[in-house]
Write a protein that binds this ligand. Structure first.
Ligand code: NDP
Length: 295
């Protein structure tokens, strides 16, 4: 396993388990399996509705809480200074832990940016109070970062964004790096390009990509493992989601091979520049309908 060092010196294990769309009844088992396989980083969110089960999986595994990097996200309906302070209480109450390793804003709300700033200021307070070890953002484009940095003091440690071979956001990666912000990849194996749901079924799945398949075959690895390795070798944090024990283990078995520069360049060349997920500059009204329950 490799650790990445954040801009405040805190270390974060490169590969984490994502739990978006992991049904609550399967989440504890997935977390337990992942921790037994060797994962030491979990990525959840208030909006996923499974923080409680993530905590349950942690306890079930018997792995010491201090050995696991726990990251969660504040949902937009909890933005605002006092609301976001309270969101920390809700998250830790559900997870059953006292402090978080990383707390991030789930996305910017460009139309209510003062609310986004107030939420981030609450994260700064939580950091100063030692309740979170690092703070950050998600789905922030470079212009959102500029607006945030102009009004706040602590540079985010992490910016979690959609990032897979079909949508690599080089401009966002460059801006993050320029500010000393670690890029963390959501949908790192392209989930957004193939999972069922309101995103539609017509999209081209990166999991079926011929170039990735060829590189995978050359290494005796799977397409998912090649995509994760591509992220790791480029210095990103990757958080693949699975509730399947075999695939959870497969996604962690990525430390025994190396992609050549040529292979990395061929994967880089697959970028379509077309996002699979929602546009952070166009938040839908539906986002504001989701209330986060008390712990
Ligand atoms: P991923 O790229 O992790 O893909 C997940 C999908 O791939 C699931 O359908 C999973 O199914 C399947 N899968 C997992 N492993 C394999 C494998 N080895 N081979 C084939 N299929 C596999 O997509 P996500 O969108 O879930 O992104 C990962 C995480 O990023 C999320 O869980 C969440 O934590 C975070 N995220 C954050 C967002 C944000 O706005 N900040 C948005 C979206 C995600 P199965 O479970 O059956 O294995």
């Amino acid at each position: 396993m490799i650790d990445l060092t954040l801009n405040n010196g805190v270390t974060l294990p490169t590969v984490g388990l994502g739990v978006f769309q992991s049904p609550p009844e399967e989440t504890a088992a997935a977390v337990d399996t992942a921790l037994r396989v060797g994962y030491r980083h979990l990525d959840t969110a208030a909006a996923y509705g499974n923080e409680r089960e993530v905590g349950e999986g942690l306890r079930r595994s018997g792995v010491n809480r201090d050995e696991v990097f726990i990251e969660t996200k504040v949902w937009v309906t909890d933005y605002g200074y006092n609301q976001t302070l309270h969101a920390f209480e809700k998250a830790t109450g559900k997870l059953g832990i006292d402090a978080l390793d990383l707390l991030i804003l789930h996305q910017p709300i460009p139309t209510r940016f003062e609310n986004t700033i107030a939420a981030y200021k609450a994260l700064e307070t939580l950091l100063a109070d030692g309740k979170v070890r690092a703070i950050g953002v998600s789905n922030f484009m470079p212009h959102h970062l500029d607006r945030l940095l102009a009004k706040t003091n602590v540079v985010p440690a992490v910016n979690q964004v959609e990032l897979h071979p079909y949508f690599a956001q080089p401009d966002v990666q460059t801006a993050n790096a320029a500010h000393g912000i670690l890029t963390q990849a959501w949908s790192p194996i392209g989930g957004i390009t193939f999972y069922p749901g309101p995103w539609g079924d017509e999209r081209r799945s990166v999991m079926q990509d011929a170039t990735i398949a060829e590189i995978a075959a050359a290494h005796g690895k799977s397409p998912a493992q090649v995509m994760l390795r591509w992220g790791i070798q480029q210095g990103r944090s990757v958080i693949p989601k699975s509730t399947n024990p075999t695939r959870i283990a497969e996604n962690f078995d990525v430390f025994d091979f190396e992609l050549s520069e040529e292979h990395i360049a061929r994967i880089d060349a697959l970028d379509t520049g077309v996002r699979g997920g929602p546009d952070p500059d166009k938040p839908s009204d539906a986002l504001f309908a989701r209330e986060i329950a008390e712990a």
